[in-house]
Design a protein. Structure first.
Length: 157
């Protein structure tokens, strides 16, 4: 029993965040939805009672339309609260993207280093090109690749 009380106290203490370290909108959303529905029901009830005090026919017309009006009010409240949920999710995505620039910068440095190695390798191969051509190595290598390709495909050229 003590653990439940401690848990409830910690939830209450979590709700009272005076430093605004956390966003409570998602935790308070069901309560806010319930309060707004109760408010809509009371408001429609007030208008029905006021219209009956004005005249019987106006009261009957208002009472007939009140379920539709209540449904529209609840739909508007629901849409507004769903907008809050969407904004909260978008905010969470943006917060998760906060470390992205450091990751991109790290990746950019790695790509630059790799690019330097490729350039060095290309320069070395260009210096060795005359030697490789005199030995006929590139042509032999390409010809051996072609022969291996034709054997794997089942045909001879």
């Amino acid at each position: 029993m003590f653990n439940k009380e401690k848990l409830n106290q910690s939830k209450v203490l979590q709700m009272v965040d005076w430093q605004f370290n956390r966003y409570l909108s998602m935790q308070l959303l069901p309560l806010l939805y319930l309060l707004m529905i109760i408010g809509a029901v009371l408001l429609v009830g007030f208008f029905v009672a006021a219209s009956f005090s004005s005249s019987l026919w106006f009261g009957l017309a208002t009472a007939t339309l009140s379920p539709l009006i209540l449904l529209v009010m609840i739909a508007i409240v629901r849409a507004a609260l769903e907008y809050l949920v969407m904004a909260h999710r978008t905010m969470s995505i943006v917060e998760s993207m906060r470390p992205l620039p450091e990751r991109v910068e790290s990746l950019d440095n790695k790509v630059d280093a790799l690019n330097e190695h490729v350039i060095d390798l290309h320069e070395m191969l260009m210096q060795l090109r005359p030697l490789l051509r005199s030995a006929g190595l590139p042509g032999r290598f390409i010809e051996s690749l072609r022969k291996g390709d034709s054997k794997e495909n089942g045909g001879d050229k």
